[in-house]
Design a protein around this ligand. Structure first.
Ligand code: KG4
Ligand code: ZN
Length: 333
């Protein structure tokens, strides 16, 4: 079985072709123009997707050595994401499906991040507990089976990736903040400054990250720019530690409660080197299996969309041509 995946929910146009055994090609065209604005500008995103998508699909066929006649399903992200951006990929996929009569499979982007793990770990077994950390979402999900989810904990405000991005913006480090803070933190002391770890009353499994960025803001107002500059690696390390600390404590608390034998990381923030290290150590101490995708499949990509589409197609969960893009699509209703 060969599946083409198309992803255009945010600022990455991505196309991938996979078969049952492997990823044949996974192409990503990142939109650099948003950097200048310190975040994604929705209008620019859709325009860039329109410019890129057709040539990226052509390139994917070229590099995989396949033609459209070899394809069994067209998987495409239908949400969540930016409406205009989603529409570009979805309309393109619908057009392709209509012209070729190849089944269309509308995929949930969040689910794609979870399923990305199977690209690297084909023998991963259900059930598992997934710490899903991206730029838009932070959820701890009990994945009982394919498309059988229970949300065990979530952020009540900012997502973990957002917390990285906002701090980086306040500190003038650039966008996206996660990889920049990750790199700077490597030479910093995580105990240099104690950022708050929010506890929410009567909701022990939930997160709140919005207070964190306010603490950074205060710090930049209290201290001289020179001091901030000289200690930037320590500030990054301490800030990163606060995010990871909350994530690992709650994930492992829930792991213990439900006696999960496997923990799986997913989403852009799962690319964080310190997060991977801490989760790995803690899992080893508890004899819990730990999995995370390779770096390329943590952040947005189309191979994860193709993989999710493949699993759906195998279960005959295809979509009609009138499905809509859903900007606020959730993992479960
Ligand atoms: O999953 P993703 O590519 O897009 C969404 O679906 O949101 O996640 C993007 C987020 C951004 O907030 C980015 O700063 C963060 O993932 N990120 C990281 C790292 N690489 C990407 N955060 C921390 N450390 C990293 N190494
Ligand atoms: Zn994503």
């Amino acid at each position: 079985m060969n599946i083409i995946g198309i992803e255009s929910s945010c600022d990455e146009t991505a196309v991938s072709i996979i078969n049952d055994e492997q990823v044949l090609v996974s192409l990503i065209s990142s939109q650099e123009l948003h950097k200048e604005y310190g975040g994604v500008v929705p209008e620019f995103a859709s325009r860039e997707h329109m410019k890129n998508i057709d040539s990226l699909v052509a390139k994917a066929f070229d590099e995989s050595g396949l033609t459209i006649n070899d394809i069994n399903g067209i998987a495409v992200t239908r949400g969540p994401g930016l409406m205009g951006a989603l529409l570009v990929g979805l309309s393109y996929a619908k057009g392709l499906s209509f012209a070729t009569q190849i089944p269309l499979i509308g995929v949930n982007h969040i689910e794609g991040h979870i399923i990305a793990n199977f690209l690297n770990h084909p023998n991963l077994e259900y059930p598992f507990l997934c710490c899903l950390v991206s730029g838009g979402h932070t959820q701890i999900v009990h994945v009982k089976d394919f498309q059988n989810y229970e949300i065990m904990g979530k952020s009540i405000d900012d997502a973990a990736g957002e917390a990285f991005d906002k701090a980086a913006r306040i500190l003038g480090l650039g966008y996206p903040g996660g990889p920049i803070i990750d790199a700077l933190a490597k030479s910093g002391n995580p105990k240099f400054f104690r950022f708050p770890r929010a506890q929410i009353k009567n909701r022990p499994n939930d997160f709140s990250f919005s207070g964190l960025k306010t603490s950074v803001l205060y710090l930049t107002k209290q201290e001289k720019p020179e001091w901030i500059k000289n200690n930037i690696h320590h500030i990054c390390a301490s800030y990163q530690e606060a995010i990871i600390d909350s994530l690992q404590k709650k994930t492992f608390k829930i792991q213990e409660e439900i006696q999960a034998r496997r923990i799986v990381l997913a989403g852009g923030v799962a690319a964080n080197s310190r997060l991977r290290e801490i989760f790995q150590k803690k899992a080893a101490g508890r004899k819990v299996e730990i999995y995370f995708p390779s770096l390329a499949y943590c952040t947005d990509n189309a191979a994860m969309i193709a993989k999710t589409g493949m699993e759906m197609l195998k279960r005959n969960r295809t979509s009609s041509l009138d499905i809509k893009a859903i900007p606020n699509l959730r993992l479960i209703d």
